[in-house]
Design a protein around this ligand. Sequence first.
Ligand SMILES: *Cc1c(COP(=O)(O)O)cnc(C)c1O
Length: 320
Amino acid sequence: MEKLTIDGVYAAAARLRDLLPPTPAWSYPVLDAAIGSHAIVKHENVQPTGAFKVRGGLNLLATLSPAERAAGLITVSTGNHAQSLAYAAARSGVAATIVMPRSTPAEKVDAVRAWGARAVLEGADMAQAADFAVGLAARDGLHFVNPGNTPAIVYGHGTVYLELLQAHPEIETLYVPVGSGSGLAGALLVRDAIAPHTRVVGVQAEGASAAYDSWRSGTVKTVEAHTFAAGLATGSGFELPQSIMRERLDDFLLVSDDDLRHAMSLMATAAHTLCEGAGAGGLAGALADASRPGVVGFACTGGNACASEMAGLGRVAVGV
Ligand SMILES: *Cc1c(COP(=O)(O)O)cnc(C)c1O
């Protein structure tokens, strides 16, 4: 397995400079009052696909060999990774096939097709869909992209936290929502390089704790995923990000679906921002953290809330 280094994040940042503007980071006094600390929120929900994963997709497409580009790529995802690769492939003139489990909501399938990718609905869950994608890749000679174990994706995702920690070195605790762990691994590379005194805390849903369990035990675990937050609902740990998390992660918190819903509502009312469940993970972690976090930073990693997630938003009275 390739050893990940900060140079990969710097190279990704140089490639993305011409492809995506930096995203804004703002603070909100009502949000600060709710957290009890000053918070800096980076808005990845304003990316063209509505989530930070577009960074990994664009970096990956920029690093494919001519043969891989000509072959076309295939991956498996229900959500933001799917849209990221569909978008990046279209922008690079590469054919993309996205295998999605049959239960994937129609709006997520539409989003992929609207970027011009081929969506194939196969399998009862992500594991079956992944098996199908690997088989189709072998049969048709497509380049299979593993969503969690691909260095170019980790490096692309790391640029979120490069931008954030370069602009805001005052951040003392950085909360990162975790599914596969690619965003968190990128954040840890950046922290070690430019902000060694910043604590980095992973946040996952308690009903889908594969990355957390993998980190705790030191071996990759497979656990059933039960959470409405699709971006966090990964059934297995991934070796590549775990290899970084194992030695470098400061802490890892689990939050409930109710915590995520509360954080979504707070982001909507106090930070004028629509988060999907996973996108509110950083805030949910900050609210759940019993330690003294100091100045807090997190990204709203995605805003692709489906209709039922939006319907679950409630009123939050902060009491400033
Ligand atoms: C994928 C995703 C995450 C988790 O990121 P990983 O790199 O898979 O750990 C968090 N938030 C959103 C919105 C996502 O789409």
